[in-house]
Design a protein around this ligand. Structure first.
Ligand SMILES: CC(C)(COP(=O)(O)OP(=O)(O)OC[C@H]1O[C@@H](n2cnc3c(N)ncnc32)[C@H](O)[C@@H]1OP(=O)(O)O)[C@@H](O)C(=O)NCCC(=O)NCCS
Length: 197
C-alpha cells in the first residue's frame, strides 16, 4: 500500500491516492465537514453507534437518532471553537472525528466521535484525520491541551494515542452506546502552537 500526496491549495484540505489490492486507485479527500454534509454525517455516526464498535462510544443511539435535521446541520457547522473532520471517498464519508472547545476546562479542546468504516482501516486513513484534527486544534491558539476518553480495552485506539504522546489522567465509569457499562480512561495530549508534536 502506498499513499501519495496531491498538492492542495486549501488549508486542511488534502487528497491522497491510496493504492490497494483492488484494481483501481482510491482517491480519499480529507476536509472539515460543512452543513451540506449533514445526511452523510448522520449515516456514519448512527452506524458507529449501532454497529459492532458501539461499545466504544459514550453516546446513545436512541437519543441521537431522534435528533432533528437542524441538530445534525449544526453539528456539521465549523466555528472557531469546533469542527468535524471527514475522510471522503467520492461523496461518501468513510471516516469522521471531532474537536470541540471544552465547556468545563480552560484552554482545553475535547476530542471524540472517532470512527472509520471497517473496510478503510489499517491504511493510514485515520492517521490523516488525527493529524488534521491536531493541526486544527493547535492552529486555533485557544488550546493548551486536548482531552478525550478511550474505553478500557480499546487497544487500537489506545496504542495510536499513546504513540502520539497522550497520557492517562483519570478513569470514569460510564454507559456506552451498546448499553453496556464500563470504564473509560481519560487521556490528555499537550498541544503546541506550532504544528504537530
Ligand atoms: C480507531 C480507528 C479510527 C483507527 O483506525 P486505523 O485505520 O486503525 O488507523 P490508521 O491506520 O489510519 O492510523 C493509525 C496509525 O497512524 C498513526 N498515527 C495516528 N495519529 C497520528 C498522529 N497524530 N501523528 C503520527 N502518527 C499518527 C498511529 O500510530 C498508527 O500507526 P501504526 O499503524 O504504525 O500503529 C479505527 O480502528 C476505528 O474506527 N475503530 C472503531 C471505533 C473506535 O474505536 N473509535 C475510537 C473511540 S476512542
Amino acid at each position: 500500500m502506498s499513499i501519495t500526496t496531491k498538492p492542495s491549495s486549501e488549508f486542511f484540505t488534502n487528497s491522497y491516492a491510496i493504492a490497494s489490492a483492488k484494481p483501481t486507485t482510491e482517491i480519499i479527500d480529507f476536509r472539515p465537514l460543512n452543513p451540506e454534509d449533514f445526511q452523510a454525517f448522520r449515516a456514519i455516526r448512527l452506524e458507529a453507534l449501532s454497529g459492532p464498535d458501539a461499545k466504544y462510544f459514550g453516546a446513545s443511539y436512541e437519543k441521537e437518532s431522534a435528533q432533528p435535521d437542524a441538530s445534525w446541520i449544526e453539528r456539521c457547522r465549523q466555528t472557531t471553537e469546533k469542527a468535524l473532520f471527514g475522510a471522503f471517498l467520492s461523496d461518501q464519508v468513510v471516516g469522521v472525528m471531532a474537536a470541540t472547545k471544552s465547556d468545563k476546562h480552560e484552554r482545553t479542546v475535547l476530542w471524540g466521535s472517532v470512527y472509520l468504516r471497517p473496510q478503510h482501516r489499517n491504511r493510514h486513513v485515520a492517521e490523516r484525520l488525527y493529524q488534521m484534527r491536531q493541526q486544527w486544534s493547535e492552529a486555533r491558539g485557544l488550546f493548551d491541551r486536548a482531552i478525550f476518553f478511550i474505553r478500557e480495552g480499546n487497544e487500537r485506539s489506545t496504542a495510536i494515542h499513546v504513540k502520539n504522546g497522550a497520557k492517562v489522567i483519570g478513569r470514569e465509569e460510564m454507559d456506552f452506546a451498546d448499553c453496556s457499562r464500563g470504564t473509560a480512561l481519560w487521556f490528555e495530549k499537550k498541544l503546541t502552537a506550532h504544528g504537530i508534536t
